[in-house]
Design a protein. Structure first.
Length: 264
């Protein structure tokens, strides 16, 4: 039976391999481009926003928002990830703007005194046994007119990656999770289902981006071509919000605004 993943055992490895890499740089760049639009919609230069970083890990994205003067509540199941996040936040002089919650996302209702303007829910659902209910819990924390920023591991990208790597039997068998890959999510989510969950919760989708729509599919064969990491990033930025490339991203970032008539 699939269980929610706690990263206490590999927090340092996770931080190095996921965030400290070219793949992590592409992810951070594309998501931040979207979030600059989100913050503009929320008029963040005129008021202090309340942010929920749900399953926030190291809080790399929320730190950039906190640096703009906003308050962040970071919730994570892993005490080790929280320790790493606190250390990083303190080094950046942002500690006074953070509130820390050591809890599963599913219990966040018990810890938030009031609804938030913006909730970040990035790369969490694919590690959960019941991603839909966790997403619904996060979405309930957002005030009317507020925004959800959601990133998830894309089922279609996972299929395509396995096919181009020659793992055809694995795809035909339904791609069962391989436990030996500790940093590989337990599952990919189908974008059309996630979009439906968001809309059913009373939100209107405002934007979508594919995260690593190209870079993860570039092979390691010698003499493939002459290009730089900067050019790959430029390609991602140029095409990641257009179909069909958007839906081929290894991750998809989607942001949606809660309808004003909705109640928490």
């Amino acid at each position: 039976m699939m269980q929610d993943r706690n990263f206490d055992d590999i927090a340092h490895k996770f931080a190095k391999n996921i965030y400290g890499s070219e793949k992590g740089e592409i992810r951070q760049t594309i998501v931040w481009e979207d979030l600059t639009q989100v913050l503009a919609v929320l008029d963040d230069t005129r008021k202090t926003l309340e942010i929920l970083d749900a399953g926030g890990g190291l809080g790399q994205v929320s730190q950039r928002i906190a640096a703009r003067g906003h308050n962040v509540t970071l919730c994570d199941l892993s005490s080790e990830m929280l320790k790493l996040a606190k250390s990083d936040v303190e080094k950046k002089g942002l500690l006074s703007q953070y509130r820390w919650i050591h809890s599963a996302i599913q219990q966040i209702d018990d810890h938030l005194p009031q609804p938030v303007d913006l909730a970040l829910f990035h790369a969490v659902m694919e590690w959960l046994a019941d991603p839909k209910s966790a997403l619904e819990t996060v979405l309930r924390q957002i005030k009317p007119g507020g925004i959800a920023s959601i990133m998830f591991y894309n089922h279609h990208g996972l299929v395509f990656k396995n096919v181009i790597c020659g793992n055809i039997p694995h795809v035909l068998n339904g791609m069962p999770h391989r436990k030996r890959f500790k940093l590989q999510p337990q599952q990919g989510l189908k974008p059309e289902e996630v979009y439906q969950w968001i809309e059913e919760a009373g939100f209107e989708i405002q934007g979508k981006s594919g995260i690593r729509s190209f870079s993860d599919y570039i092979g390691n064969m010698q003499y493939m071509g002459d290009y730089t990491a900067e050019e790959v990033l430029k390609l991602e930025q140029q095409l990641c919000r257009q179909e069909p490339y958007l839906s081929m991203g290894r991750y998809i970032h989607v942001w949606a605004q809660k309808k004003e008539e909705q109640e928490r």
